[in-house]
Design a protein. Structure first.
Length: 81
């Protein structure tokens, strides 16, 4: 997002990147993430759809969507929030 353009130039605000610990494999790209209980993140488990008396109940999202931009063998990942 450009902020306060002046004299043909503008400051640009960029989303933040953060390095986090992870449990298990994470795909690169947009991923639903959940807390892993150890201070890091893991891929959120897919919620299940329930059907009772012919009514279908759609679940809430299982996690928070974040952009995973890299993963490393040391058990970390870089996210763009």
């Amino acid at each position: 997002m450009a902020l306060e353009p002046r004299n043909g130039a503008a400051a640009v605000q960029v989303k933040g990147f953060t390095k986090v610990s992870r449990t298990g494999q994470l795909n690169l790209g947009w991923v639903e993430l959940a807390a892993d209980g150890q201070g890091g993140v893991k891929a959120a488990e897919a919620p299940s759809v329930t059907v009772e008396s012919g009514a279908v109940t759609l679940p809430s999202p299982a996690g928070v969507r974040a952009l995973v931009v890299s993963t490393a063998e040391d058990g970390t990942a870089v996210l763009c929030l």
